[in-house]
Design a protein around this ligand. Structure first.
Ligand SMILES: NC(=O)c1ccc[n+]([C@@H]2O[C@H](COP(=O)([O-])OP(=O)(O)OC[C@H]3O[C@@H](n4cnc5c(N)ncnc54)[C@H](O)[C@@H]3O)[C@@H](O)[C@H]2O)c1
Length: 426
């Protein structure tokens, strides 16, 4: 850890001294920030004032003891006192589940009102940073309205720590994200982490709110995936640990950013076939694998949303870019585009298609059979070139990633684009 000479002297109030707040307060004071912890629970306030951690977390007690003794870390039950002493609030109150599973933002609403009340009594510019886990829109719709008429900026800085390794995760973070509509406000919060030597990712407010859900859902899906594959491996006599360790050796396609871009539905000759076989064999073995069983239906839902998006376009000529399930292949087996086309044609839409890799005259066997069974007159729908497609179409629906030249041509054509495979890059 390297303290720089101009490390900001922002005084920080941490609202909520639970697992996230106590660790945040203690670790920021360890980095050199004067921190005031605030909690409505007097036991937590008293613990901090006595230089003790309010709960067990490896390494936390020592950090609190050291910084309380050095008077860099103090605590209060009064929001007014905390706001008066500080320039930035980090809000770490709980966002528990309601009975129906929805997220409760009541603590957040209340703490925002308390900070606002304190600022109305003692007005000054102030920065309110939400570290609690909240849905996109919460900062704008729940937090910011409490500060109307006050010089307050709202930033989101989600927390990614794991209980049991929370201090280590704060000091060596896997990810620091700061979201705000105001770059200066974001920069002030980002600089709190400067001594850690990490580069915070500055994003929009809603991305910062969403990212925590994305991360937690991803972690949960990874664990469930490893357990389902492990269970299947055991049933089939393959050692589960060795299977998953070997899977992780592939850092190009498996443990990597590959396949993690939102885009069009998957298809092709392997993924649907192999998933179907896996799920079928598992059921024969009396093994329920709900995550894997749900994957093809999930893909079907995604395709359904794409079809609806295209169906919602005004009636007119629809040019479809891409016929095979992904770019740079002429394999048409189980291409989701074929299902999209079947649907559009079935509803009487005027459709033409261009795929840079497809010449109907030169595809054979099961590949040719697949497309002709689904759309016998596909030949009449094929455009010879991208220029021809763009010259004809009223809208162009892009189902695979075009080359940069083709992307430029599509964007420059002025034909409105429906980007099903992610944003076009010039
Ligand atoms: N626990 C984790 O591992 C973890 C990790 C990352 C993010 N999060 C998220 O961080 C948030 C906090 O989680 P936690 O586990 O620390 O919660 P927690 O319930 O342990 O602590 C919340 C604290 O906020 C205090 N509080 C509530 N209203 C207050 C108010 N008006 N003024 C002052 N204090 C108030 C409560 O008394 C409590 O001590 C949640 O949104 C959670 O989802 C938790």
């Amino acid at each position: 850890m390297q303290l720089t000479s101009d490390y900001p002297k922002n005084r920080v109030a941490v609202f909520g001294l639970g697992y996230v707040g106590a660790v945040t307060a203690a670790c920021l004071s360890e980095l050199g920030c004067p921190v005031t912890g605030v909690d409505r629970d007097p036991l937590k306030v008293d613990a901090l004032l006595a230089g003790k951690s309010p709960f067990y977390e490896p390494g936390l007690d020592g950090i609190i003891r050291r910084n309380a003794a050095a008077r860099r870390l103090s605590a209060t039950a009064s929001a007014q006192d905390a706001v008066e002493r500080t320039d930035i609030a980090l809000v770490c109150v709980g966002t528990p589940s309601e009975r129906n599973g929805n997220l409760s933002v009541e603590q957040l609403r209340r703490v925002s009102a308390e900070i606002a009340e304190a600022l109305r009594r003692s007005p000054k510019p102030y920065l309110v940073t939400v570290r609690s886990t909240v849905f996109p829109g919460t900062c704008e719709e729940v937090v910011a309205p409490a500060f109307e008429g006050l010089a307050v900026q709202v930033v989101c800085n989600p927390e990614f720590l794991r209980e049991g390794a929370a201090v280590e995760d704060f000091m060596q973070p896997s990810l620091v994200v700061v979201g705000s509509a105001d770059p200066q406000a974001a920069a002030r919060v980002a600089r709190l982490y400067e001594p850690l030597g990490v580069t915070p990712h500055l994003v929009s407010l809603r991305t910062a709110e969403m990212i925590k859900y994305a991360c937690n859902a991803f972690h949960a899906v990874k664990i469930a995936f490893a357990n389902e594959i492990g269970a299947m491996a055991s049933k089939l006599g393959a050692p589960p640990e060795e299977v998953m360790e070997t899977l992780c050796r592939d850092v190009k396609l498996n443990a990597s950013a590959a396949y993690l871009k939102p885009g069009f539905a998957f298809g092709g000759s392997c993924l649907p076939k192999d998933l179907r076989a896996l799920v079928f064999r598992a059921s024969r073995l009396d093994l329920r694998l709900p995550l894997l069983e749900a994957t093809l239906p999930s893909n079907g839902q995604h395709l359904g949303r794409a079809i609806q998006r295209v169906m919602d376009l005004p009636a007119g000529r629809l040019g479809v870019f891409g016929l095979s399930f992904k770019e740079n292949t002429d394999d048409l087996r189980e291409s989701p585009v074929i299902e999209l086309l079947e649907h559009l044609i079935g509803k009487g839409r005027d459709v033409r298609v261009f795929d840079p890799q497809i010449r109907l005259g030169s595809i054979y066997g099961s590949n040719r059979q697949f497309v002709l069974t689904a759309i016998p007159h596909i030949g009449r729908l094929m455009a010879e070139s991208l220029d021809e497609l763009l010259g004809w179409a009223g809208h162009v629906v892009v189902t695979q990633r075009p080359s940069p030249e083709m992307a430029r041509k599509i964007l420059d054509s002025g034909v409105p684009v429906v980007e099903l495979a992610g944003p076009l890059e010039r």
